[in-house]
Write a protein that binds this ligand. Sequence first.
Ligand code: DC
Length: 211
Amino acid sequence: MIIAIDGPTASGKGTVARRLAAHYGLPCLDTGLLYRGVAARLIREGDAPGDEDAAERAARSLKLKGMDESELRSARAGAAASVVAAMPRVRAALKDLQRDFAAQEGGAVLDGRDIGTVICPDADVKIWVDADPAERARRRHAELEGRGEDISYEEVLAQLRERDERDSGRPDAPMKRASDAHLLDTSKMSIDAAFEEARRIVDQVMAQRRA
Ligand code: DC
């Protein structure tokens, strides 16, 4: 079973994906980490975030194993990730890695922006996870504060809106709800409630398929 989870930053999609993967015993790939990994490499090596040649090289040599998640989760890596994610050559370089992950025996859960539309258009279940921008900014701000980053709520909200615009406005694989994706609005939901609703959607879709 392949489960595709898409949605904007801090919508809760990562948590929902991880919880679903644990529940169904499937491997899980947070595809945002790939773009963050490319961006972090550019930052580390002093390359400009807009250098597409360097970004493509970084994407082609990216390995899933050994990525340092705490470095990749910073606001700086996130903002730079959104820039490299708009580059068609970077997206092309990361496509096979994601498709190979999805093709594992037994299936997988992948979360990102274009999983249901581009990476796994034939996924068994697609869920679009969303929430109000103000609520997403509140969550992201709490997460960054917890990591010791000194950033105001207003700044987080402004960055989030900028990132949404860049992710949904790019011509190549824009962030978009697939026409057959189920909507999960987590604005007023706890993590447990969001997971329960996602599980209900998956079970319902799979039961309908078997019927
Ligand atoms: O989900 P995230 O915040 O870790 O993603 C970081 C950036 O990578 C985000 O701005 C959008 C981009 N991204 C993408 O374009 N496609 C994906 N499948 C996953 C992430």
